[in-house]
Ligand binder design. Structure first.
Ligand code: ADP
Ligand code: GLC
Length: 483
């Protein structure tokens, strides 16, 4: 079988969140199972091709979009994954991708032409595939940035070689749909009737690519079983797409993400101060000490509970609960370290709080992978009060490091954290409920044997990719057999 993954992020080349983590691992795991795999991602300006050994400009071609001719350059990397190799193709274009950010500019505002950028990317990827001699059995698309691929395959390529190719669309985040104005249809080159009211692309007087992708993909997946149920039953958690999901109910499945334990393992993590393991987790204390030093906190009383947050600073992540309850959180004699970037307004509010509570609060607004490792290893608790969370990677990583998650009981957080066994969950999305969960956790923390049990349970949890890979393989063979 041949599979092409097309996505807008892939660790370590370009990552904003968990999509990058999944793309950084899943294709390699699948290729290891004997499937021929290729990955196509945009050649963003910020990717350092030399650092990764990417072969530059191996090919180029031209594509028209709304009567303008664009050049696409192809760069290639053969990635080694567990004694196995697969190909990554970077699709480059000066106008759309030669800039620093992936989705946003320096002030974290989305680029105004994001719809066009990713429309271009999808059309170019399909042109490249159809012109090449690698005809995939399945194209696995991810999120709104690649959701139009199933639509193009159905309407623009049905007489070509690629007509037998099936599509899987994974919804990592249904909250981002790339809804756009009708006048962009001139760039899309799709049949006019699809834009009519109540037709495939129309959504409340605008164009909704994610809705169309959900309707036309052969299979739709999301990244936990809990979230699959949520989006089928809850208007709000589906960001309005519940009726669309319901109409495809038989084709929607939840497959939990895994964690790449080669990258996230306290026993061999190269970014942390002292390695440690379940058999001997004394080293965690050393990591806490060095993290306190790194963040200018006093190490005199190392026992003060240390809470870490590593997150995009966006509405989804419950940042307003943290801001509104900051005084209350810190009144519990804890220290809080936040690493995150995102919405400017959240940064402004958090920055003010960081000055006000400098003895207990440290905030870094950068995107910093090595520092995220040190926060996760050195903190006692990871706070993740997400309003909704399709899966959540950070809490699974934290558990491997014996860092106890406190989270809102939603989606993948509810599926992965066992209340009072591996972490703490709060049911209602409110500041009071979050504080109550923090108090429960601190109650355990004051009793070392109880805390140790939590750490042992959480470090024993297994979120490796093995199970999910089996589920994806099963899904791929179902999809391919349906041809
Ligand atoms: P989401 O994809 O919604 O952002 P996940 O929990 O699935 O949430 O994945 C987030 C990923 O991004 C994790 O690997 C997390 O460590 C990483 N991450 C988020 N913010 C930062 C940051 N500021 N610096 C480094 N890594 C970050
Ligand atoms: C999304 C979700 C997150 C998930 C990640 C990877 O961005 O917000 O919950 O873990 O994608 O699937």
């Amino acid at each position: 079988m041949k599979i092409i993954y097309i996505a807008s992020e892939m660790d370590p080349y370009c990552k904003v969140g968990g999509l990058g983590d999944v793309m950084g691992t899943l294709p390699g795991k699948i290729s290891k199972r004997g499937i021929e795999v290729k990955v196509i991602i945009p050649a963003y300006g910020k990717i350092d091709f030399d650092q990764f050994g990417v072969e530059k400009n191996i090919d180029n071609f031209f594509m028209d979009m709304a009567n303008k001719k664009y050049e696409i350059r192809i760069h290639k990397l053969i990635r080694q994954a567990d004694n196995n190799k697969y190909e990554i193709l970077f699709l480059g274009n000066m106008e759309f991708f030669r800039r620093e950010g992936i989705y946003t500019n320096e002030t974290c505002d989305p680029y105004p032409d994001n719809f066009l950028r990713f429309l271009f990317f999808q059309r170019a990827a399909l042109k490249y595939i159809t012109d090449s001699n690698f005809q995939p059995d399945i194209i696995h698309c991810h999120d709104n940035q690649t959701a139009l691929i199933p639509v193009y395959l159905k309407y623009n390529y049905n007489n070509r070689d690629i007509q037998n190719t099936k599509t899987v669309l994974t919804l990592h985040n249904i909250g981002y749909q790339s809804i756009t104005e009708f006048h962009y249809k001139k760039y899309m080159d799709l049949p006019e009737k699809l834009f009519y009211p109540c037709q495939l692309l129309e959504w409340y007087g605008q164009i909704n690519p994610l809705k169309a992708g959900i309707l036309k993909a052969d299979k739709v997946t999301t990244v936990s079983q809990g979230h699959a149920k949520e989006i089928s039953n809850d208007e709000r958690l589906s960001a309005g797409l519940m009726p669309v999901i319901k109409s495809r109910e038989d084709e929607v499945v939840g497959i939990l993400n895994g964690i790449d334990y080669d990258q996230w393992d306290p026993e061999k993590d190269e970014y942390i101060n002292t390695n440690y393991s379940l058999a001997d987790f004394d080293g965690k204390r050393e990591n806490k000490k060095s993290l306190l030093e790194e963040t200018d906190f006093s190490t005199d009383n190392i026992k003060i509970p240390l809470i870490g947050i590593v997150s995009r600073l966006v509405e989804q992540k419950g940042i307003e609960l943290i801001i509104n309850k900051m005084e209350d959180i810190l009144s519990h004699n804890v220290r809080l370290i936040i690493l995150g970037n995102g919405t400017e307004l959240f940064q402004i509010k958090l920055n003010k709080l960081a000055h006000q509570y400098s003895s207990h609060l440290y905030i870094d607004f950068s995107y910093n992978s090595p520092f995220s490792h040190r926060i996760i290893a050195g903190s006692d608790i990871l706070l993740m009060p997400s309003r909704y969370e399709p899966c959540g990677i950070t809490q699974m990583i934290a558990m491997k490091y014996g860092t106890i998650p406190i989270a809102h009981k939603t989606g993948g957080l509810a599926d992965t954290i066992k209340h009072r066994k591996t972490g703490f969950l709060f049911q209602k999305y409110s500041g009071e409920a979050m504080i109550n969960a923090i108090e429960q956790a601190l109650e355990f923390y004051r009793q070392p044997s109880k805390w140790e049990n939590l750490m042992i349970n959480s470090m024993n949890s297994d979120f490796s990719w093995d199970r999910s890979v089996e589920e994806y393989l099963e899904l791929y063979s179902q999809v391919a057999d349906n041809r």
